[in-house]
Design a protein around this ligand. Structure first.
Ligand SMILES: *[C@@H]1O[C@H](CO)[C@@H](O)[C@H](O)[C@H]1NC(C)=O
Ligand SMILES: *[C@@H]1O[C@H](CO)[C@@H](O)[C@H](O)[C@H]1NC(C)=O
Ligand SMILES: *[C@@H]1O[C@H](CO)[C@@H](O)[C@H](O)[C@H]1NC(C)=O
Ligand SMILES: *[C@@H]1O[C@H](CO)[C@@H](O)[C@H](O)[C@H]1NC(C)=O
Length: 478
């Protein structure tokens, strides 16, 4: 029995144990188990410059009104502003979703929504472009598993007569008005956040709540993230939350947006999407984008594996374009693949897709765990800084763009067949209060490599034992 132990003593350690189970004929020969203390280091993403009071009413803000010298020295200004009673933490009931949908694709897309919608817990509406045909009884039964269906109001008056070179803008205008239409519905008791998404967006609601808990919903906040395509970010904006990845708008900001939106929309006839129209109005309101990199627009083609196996250290909040990319697990359809994530989400949603990297010294293997999704074993020792870069298993939105078309670091999937990882996909999960067990198995053929060094061909199953840390994200600096 070979035992290798490694301990990285970084600031926050999450206990993670890994067992590789060999097929029976090698058990006596080769049974290996190693216990590893893995450390997760944080990305300190700057939320720094969000300030606390936005005064948007420029008309009333005359520069230096009745300016006099201060009547009192500045040092006497009272800084004790934190007198409000501590607020209850944001929970799922404080969020209202607005899902932009197309009636043509509804029968199919609603299956994505059913995966994450929590009846009687999540609040919100799906906004369709037109009334659906009369329902069958089967469809009626679906209704209580889905958000309320509504038809967006007519936007033809808001569409400019001049043709937009990029095509019909009705869709963009309609979807961008979902925020305003949701505010106008009323029934906003206890609403703190409006969260927008598409009918092909998958939300991890618990992680969304976790991320929103970091922010004061009484301030103006516009939270989301940009695209995985540099050119998309240039064509739209690096200051924009891409709509399919989902974005959150705090309640007071949504009210402010509702007041100006229809006028604002008419000032930007040349824009194309709904999300760039929202961003244009945000710019007018003076509200910057607060970037949260757990939202995923996924403007990519091909296989998401590289991105999901090296997710940044932040809760996974959303995934988009699920119809365009390959299913995230092999040999199943797209909905079944996503369904497989529900189990680990229930056990430890904050841990989902969090990456840990460790080494088997005896065999000279590098092991990368994307918790709840996949484990990779590489022959050879790869540096952690390389392992945390997504491998390019996916293509750019502009298919001819190479790696310089991504606004983040990537690495080639493999240069040589022997550097191809042995990939194990989630097959089973279990969890008790302070311990989770996930199992991963190989479903694809082993790489055809003739290197003489030990290879993991005999490894059939990888078991990962991890302690969930519900307070992990509370340590993220604000
Ligand atoms: C959410 O918070 C509110 C307080 O604002 C509380 O009344 C409610 O019970 C909480 N709901 C859940 C599901 O925790
Ligand atoms: C939601 O609530 C209604 C009424 O309170 C109840 O009849 C229904 O069974 C609930 N649905 C689910 C899925 O819990
Ligand atoms: C749909 O149902 C309504 C009443 O429930 C009925 O008046 C209408 O004719 C039906 N439409 C179709 C196309 O069946
Ligand atoms: C899990 O928690 C229980 C009680 O809370 C404790 O007795 C047990 O030792 C814990 N197990 C681990 C592996 O920490």
């Amino acid at each position: 029995m070979i035992m290798s132990t490694m301990s990285n003593n970084l600031k926050d350690s999450e206990n993670l144990q890994l067992q590789l189970h060999y097929s029976s004929w090698t058990i006596t020969k080769l049974m290996t188990s190693f216990f590893l203390l893995i450390s997760l280091s944080y990305f300190f993403y700057s939320l720094g410059f969000l300030t606390h009071s936005y005064n948007n009413n420029c008309a009333q803000k005359k520069p230096y009104p009745n300016y006099n010298y201060p009547h009192h020295p500045l040092s006497t200004i009272n800084h004790n502003t934190n007198t409000a009673a501590p607020m209850e933490k944001t929970n799922i009931s404080h969020i209202v979703f607005g899902i932009g949908a197309s009636s043509r694709l509804w029968a199919h897309r609603k299956e994505f929504i059913k995966l994450w919608w929590r009846p009687n817990e999540t609040r919100g509406n799906v906004w369709l472009d037109q009334q659906l045909p009369n329902k069958t009884t089967e469809e009626e039964e679906d209704n209580h598993l889905l958000p309320t269906l509504r038809v967006s109001s007519d936007v033809s008056k808001l569409i400019m007569k001049r043709r937009n070179p990029r095509g019909d803008t009705t869709l963009g205008v309609r979807i961008s008005r979902i925020v305003s239409e949701t505010v106008r519905l009323g029934n906003v008791e206890n609403v703190r956040w409006f969260v927008m998404g598409d009918d092909d967006t998958f939300f991890v609601t618990e992680n969304l709540v976790k991320v929103l808990q970091k922010y004061d919903h009484n301030q103006f906040y516009y939270i989301g993230t940009t695209s995985e395509s540099h050119l998309q970010n240039i064509h739209f904006s690096y200051n924009m939350a891409f709509g399919g990845g989902g974005f959150a708008i705090s309640y007071p900001l949504a009210v402010a947006l509702e007041r100006i939106q229809d006028k604002c929309l008419q000032r930007y006839p040349a824009l194309f999407g709904s999300d760039d129209r929202i961003q244009a109005c945000m710019a007018e309101l003076g509200v910057p984008l607060t970037k949260e990199i757990g939202f995923h627009q996924f403007d990519v083609y091909g296989n998401l594996f590289g991105l999901l196996a090296a997710h940044p250290i932040t809760p996974l909040v959303s995934m988009h374009h699920l119809d365009l990319v390959e299913p995230i697990f092999p040999n199943v359809d797209r909905v079944e693949a996503l369904q497989r994530l529900i189990g680990p989400m229930k056990v430890d949603s904050y841990g989902l897709m969090q990456q840990s990297i460790c080494y088997d010294k005896a065999h000279h293997w590098t092991i990368s765990v994307s918790w709840g999704y996949a484990v990779q074993i590489f022959r050879g020792v790869f540096l952690a800084r390389d392992m945390e870069m997504p491998a390019r298993t996916f293509l750019n939105w502009y298919r001819r763009a190479d790696y310089t078309g991504f606004p983040f670091n990537t690495r080639p999937f493999k240069r040589h067949v022997c550097q191809k990882p042995f990939v194990f996909y989630l097959s089973a999960y279990d969890g008790v209060v302070n311990e989770t067990l996930t199992e991963y198995i190989r479903v694809q053929p082993n790489p055809d490599c003739r290197w003489k060094m030990p290879d993991p061909t005999q490894v059939q199953i990888v078991k990962v034992i991890k302690k969930p840390d519900p307070h992990l994200w509370d340590k993220v600096p604000l």
